[in-house]
Design a binder for this molecule. Sequence first.
Ligand SMILES: Cc1cc2nc3c(=O)[nH]c(=O)nc-3n(C[C@H](O)[C@H](O)[C@H](O)COP(=O)(O)OP(=O)(O)OC[C@H]3O[C@@H](n4cnc5c(N)ncnc54)[C@H](O)[C@@H]3O)c2cc1C
Ligand code: FES
Length: 386
Amino acid sequence: MKSEVRKSIEGYSQIAYEMEICRKYGIDYTAQKGRWKAAVERLHPKRLQLRVAKIITETGTTSTLRLVPVSGYLPPFQAGQYINLFVDIDGVRTARPYSISSPPNQTAYYDITVRRVADGFVSSYLLDQVKVGDVLETTGPAGQFYYNPLIHGKDLVFLAGGSGITPFMSMIREVTDRLLLDRKIHLIYGSRSPQEAIFHKELMSLAADYSNFSYDLVISDPGSGYEGLTGLIDADLIISRIGSVEGKTFFICGPQEMYAFTIPELKELGVPDRRIRRELFGLPKQVYNDPAWPKEVSPQSVFTVKLSSGREIPARADEPLLVSMERAGLVIENCCRSGECSLCRVKLVKGQVFHARTAKLRKSDHQAGYIHSCAAYPISDVEIML
Ligand SMILES: Cc1cc2nc3c(=O)[nH]c(=O)nc-3n(C[C@H](O)[C@H](O)[C@H](O)COP(=O)(O)OP(=O)(O)OC[C@H]3O[C@@H](n4cnc5c(N)ncnc54)[C@H](O)[C@@H]3O)c2cc1C
Ligand code: FES
């Protein structure tokens, strides 16, 4: 009966005829089943097992870990992307993102360059405990902070602060290694002291060797007798080093305070928003200093988080929910830990959270009650659905 109905549809017999021909002489797509999925997984693996092949001391507080694949190949990446590195420390499974500082044309390894953060949970572990031969688990490369030749033009200004030099190092090494002479880069790198400036020698040598790369180091806290550029990277300093902002695209990476200071300076110089690209190196250290933080909530408050299983865990107001859940032994998928990628999304059933200003929550997620647990701080008892 059904086939009788089909036959009455206009054009049916023509389509049936073509299908018959395809079946006989066309490609049998059933034989391809899983092929594209396998190719996508090879290029964008969820997890990588990487062995520490070398540890390079960069400064008194910073080392580079050279990571090679335990087996197979490393997936390609764009200079400027990061990997999220998982660790198990004292029974807590957590992760931190680190930009790849080696260039993408170097396919044998990924370098990550880690700076010690005072009382840092993971940076101290990586610098003090990890040794050559250890195997680390990471995500594949991720992130949107990279150069796009169709949008960003050929004249780039990189403004780096502290460990924020790492994604730029990958971009600069790619341009110089591959002799991409049509791309011009001016790097202005802010560091507290000359001793803390990472990659300084290599940057000086690249600037001397390549006419399309220039480099300025700016020291904010110079000791006596320092003769180079000093102070903060403000409008006057930028303009004195690059001449004009016309036609240039600015990339910024560094601590949160750097964005708050530098972006208004660029605006003052007339740089439009679309010409400013920024990477978030995590969340503000003291989110409760945000003017929108509810004054009645003390940062020391400890709230209760009720999970869908009925289990209750404690959560500090000054720590993202993701960290509280990790402290309680829960494993939540995460990648950027900056509120951008939405992998750590959970549903807020009851209670209130404070989202870090920089978190990028989709409007639809907000309306449906989802939160980014890596960037959401509890400001009351909450109930969440995992
Ligand atoms: C995209 C991106 C790229 C980055 N690239 C680099 C880079 O190239 N180089 C670099 O040096 N840094 C980089 N960072 C910063 C890096 O991810 C880490 O934030 C940094 O190394 C500091 O981590 P930490 O754990 O030492 O310090 P914090 O993250 O400040 O750790 C201290 C925090 O750990 C938590 N904690 C403490 N004890 C526990 C516990 N028992 N259980 C669970 N949590 C606990 C607490 O919240 C505490 O406040 C990048 C960040 C981002 C977002
Ligand atoms: S881990 Fe990316 S938004 Fe939370």
